[in-house]
Write a protein that binds this ligand. Structure first.
Ligand code: MG
Length: 180
């Protein structure tokens, strides 16, 4: 039986919500990342972009896989040595970053470099998730949140350029008309 997209989307969104992560918190990171390059950027644009990224099936699949592994590790339901690797957020494990990075690749180089930055300098909710010790496991979740924020940042950069070009094309068209 094929699983309908709406079921996958609902499950992925519920998983995020259950982990206490909101669209707004992810949008705040995207805002912080893109604001220096786009002075007129608004939070609404960032929220819209995060929502668009969350609508992508690949991102939803990555969320389902990663958050599930964190939850299983939290409940000690993984076998060793994977359980210890995930529970301890072992620095050289790398599968958490690889899964997250895979889901930003469709958003271009800005998304990839922003992900690298967020992986290193964790900000906002990512920092919060990364520093929670003894209890909830966020080994995959923090990287996935970084990937959503990074993908949203890349998307914002490209869309704003498209919009600028559209406006300047309109202006040029207008001035040719006036000359004519
Ligand atoms: Mg991690």
């Amino acid at each position: 039986m094929r699983v309908h997209s709406s079921v996958i989307k609902k499950a992925a969104m519920e998983k995020l919500r259950d982990r206490g992560i909101t669209v707004e918190e992810i949008a705040e990171i995207a805002y912080e990342m893109q604001k220096p390059f786009t002075p007129h950027l608004t939070m609404e644009t960032c929220i819209e972009s995060v929502q668009a990224v969350l609508n992508k099936r690949e991102m939803q699949h990555a969320l389902l896989v990663g958050i599930e592994l964190d939850i299983l590790a939290e409940k000690n339901l993984l076998s060793e040595p994977l359980l210890s690797l995930v529970r301890n957020d072992e620095g050289l494990f790398g599968c958490d970053e690889t899964l997250a990075l895979g889901s930003v690749l469709g958003y271009g180089s800005i998304a990839v470099t922003t992900f690298g930055y967020l992986d290193k300098y964790k900000t906002g909710i990512i920092k919060k998730l990364d520093t929670v010790k003894d209890g909830p496991v966020h080994t995959f979740t923090d990287d996935l949140v970084a990937s959503i924020a990074a993908a949203a940042s890349g998307r914002i950069a490209h869309r704003l350029r498209d919009e600028e070009e559209r406006l300047s094309d309109l202006q040029n068209l207008d001035s040719t008309k006036q000359v004519g």
